[in-house]
Design a protein around this ligand. Structure first.
Ligand code: SF4
Length: 592
């Protein structure tokens, strides 16, 4: 085995659970993972080679076939496309004489697409050997082409290529002035573990990953679960297209997030925390490590945290390798354990059988930051902000057709229209809330409120003005799900691909009412028989746009000069009845 590979494996203590991290670092040695390297890793870790190969083949940032010395991936989110990504990628491929999705004959460069890289406020964006480059223009494409042709190492590329701006447009509780480092932790330690959970319960804090599960209930279940080892996991795998608020929280307010993890660790009785950082945010790794080091120096992490002898707690960071499904908490835990990110069968839930089979709390970045503030300022204060069932604030990632894309923090209960006014979106015809798996709102719904009672969201707020083709938006989302389906269960694996193919067929002018009917049928299949949330929600964007922007589809059917015999209205009514998705806006009572 080559010495540098051996050194990597030894640094991870030959730990099988570090397989994803070992493969990530091993790939940097040659730009891909040759078969002999996989064999060496398998032998050193005592794992079946098939398992190692299975893991390497699962994650989209691992290459098991030779790839270019420069591996360029264009973010293929709809907002990147709206900013001109396809034409720029085409320009790059022509200048480099490489076909999209292929490696150049001399092995110098490969160019391909990837799912949203979380830079929607400053796209079009690319990843070069895993490093984010933002604000691509035609001139920047030519500069990169020249650097690649001259084989200039990435470290010598202009620094401004790699600048990622925070774009904080509206401050609130989390994005505003920060508490003194360690103060929230001090309050939690003084209060005690159970009392902290009680305080979080009083606050009414709900998970910010989208589902809105009560945080205190999760913490309590974990604290009460049998076992002497517990874990806190921070889910920073924000892969939902259009979402980038966790990127900013980690970039600008990492202390608050780590403080929240430590508060959670004390409350549930954990000694170890893990932050799962999405691979696209690799550029944040060094910064986050330095924040952890500083916190150790100040005694906020490590043995006897803040001088409390019986509380040892530390945090480590695990970098993902490109798999949207790992945002699902049990898939994320599998990935942390060095496996393919396949969602587990639940129950049992992570609070009793999580990381390494031990009780584990998995919380979103924003949830943990908010928990730190609750620990500091109390549950009653927090519960006085927002609405009755959605207390506190929500950080939104605003992108698309607006003058000021970026991060906005609002008390829950803000209307969609208020957000549109503030971000400078005067001609919106639709807003996609919470990414492709969320909901598409039409102008008549802009009075609805961002809240768990009305429009819940993990944070994405994508604006489409009147000039946009909502069919193409939905087609992009259909391809996203087909690409990201992990393939574990047949309804999702086959269904998402079938949906993408049908959308392509309609786009090519070969669609008929048959395809529309099939979309509704597939929606039922995916909702009822998929294993995890990806499959359940994969049809949402098609369903919503068909429901609300029907002419965008019909235009294409008419291109065949075909008179639809299919009664779409009746079909929609049936589908609404079956899925119960035609919710009227809830009437909220603001309390803050
Ligand atoms: Fe994988 Fe899709 Fe099944 Fe989820 S629903 S387990 S993503 S194949």
């Amino acid at each position: 085995m080559r010495a540098d590979l051996q050194a990597i494996i030894e640094r991870y203590g030959r730990n099988q659970h570090a397989l994803v991290q070992i493969l990530r670092e091993a790939q940097d040695l040659e730009g891909w993972l040759p078969p002999a390297m996989l064999t060496d890793v398998a032998k050193a870790l005592g794992l079946p080679r098939a398992q190692v190969e299975g893991v390497a083949g699962f994650y989209s940032f691992f290459y098991t076939n030779p790839a270019g010395r420069f591996r360029i991936l264009w973010s293929d989110n709809i907002t990147d496309r709206m900013l001109g990504a396809p034409a720029l990628m085409d320009q790059m491929c022509r200048s480099l004489w490489v076909e999209p999705g292929k490696t150049s004959e001399d092995g110098l460069v490969s160019v391909d697409t990837t799912s949203c890289t979380g830079m929607c406020d400053q796209g079009p964006a690319i990843l070069v050997n895993g490093w984010a480059v933002t604000r691509m223009t035609s001139a920047r494409v030519e500069q990169i082409v020249a650097l690649v042709r001259d084989r200039v190492p990435l470290e010598r590329w202009p620094g401004e290529f790699f600048l990622v701006a925070d774009h904080i447009r509206r401050e609130g509780l989390l994005l505003g002035d920060q508490p003194e480092h360690g103060s929230a932790l001090r309050s939690a330690l003084d209060r005690g573990g159970q009392a902290t959970i009680d305080e979080v319960k009083r606050a009414g804090l709900r998970g910010r990953g989208g589902a809105g599960f009560p945080t205190a209930l999760k913490w309590q279940s974990c604290r009460d679960a049998p076992g002497d080892e517990r874990y806190v996991v921070c889910n920073a795998d924000e892969g939902e297209p259009g979402t980038f608020k966790d990127r900013v929280l980690l970039s600008a307010y990492a202390d608050l997030v780590f403080e929240g993890m430590t508060v959670a660790g004390h409350a549930i009785g954990a000694r170890r925390g893990l932050l799962y950082l999405r691979g696209e945010y690799r550029y944040l790794l060094a910064h986050l490590q330095s924040v952890l080091d500083r916190r150790r120096t100040h005694g906020f992490l490590g043995p006897s945290v803040h001088g409390v002898e019986e509380f040892d707690f530390d945090i480590e960071i695990h970098l993902g390798a490109g798999a949207y499904v790992c945002g699902e908490e049990s898939a994320l835990i599998e990935s942390l354990e060095g496996k393919r990110g396949t969602p587990r069968i639940r129950p049992p839930f992570p609070v009793t059988n999580g990381y390494l089979g031990r009780p584990t709390v998995v919380n979103n970045v924003e949830t943990l930051a908010a928990a730190a503030l609750v620990a500091l300022r109390g549950g009653e204060w927090y519960a006085g902000i927002g609405t009755r069932k959605s207390t506190g604030t929500k950080v939104l990632s605003v992108s698309g057709d607006c003058e000021r894309p970026g991060i906005y923090e609002y008390p829950f209960g803000v209307t969609v229209r208020e957000v549109l006014d503030e971000c400078g979106a005067q001609h919106a015809q639709a807003v996609q809330i919470s990414g492709p798996s969320g909901v598409c709102l039409e102008p008549g719904e802009f009075g609805r409120r961002i809240a768990f009672e009305d429009v819940p969201t993990a944070g994405a707020f994508m604006v489409f003005d009147r000039g946009r083709d909502l069919f193409e938006v939905a087609r992009n989302f259909a391809h996203f799900f087909a690409h990201e389906s992990c393939g574990f269960c047949t309804p999702c694996r086959v269904g998402t691909s079938a949906l993408a193919r049908m959308m392509d067929k309609i786009a090519d002018g070969h669609g008929s009412p048959y395809e529309l009917n099939e979309i509704f049928k597939l929606n039922r299949v995916l909702q009822s028989s998929s294993h995890c949330g990806l499959g359940h929600t994969a049809c949402n964007p098609l369903f919503d746009t068909l429901n609300k922007f029907r002419p965008a589809y019909e235009r294409r059917l008419r291109s065949l000069d075909f008179e639809p015999a299919f009664d779409l209205d009746a079909s929609l009514a049936r589908a609404r009845q079956m899925t119960g998705r035609d919710d009227p806006g809830a009437h909220l009572e603001p309390v803050g």
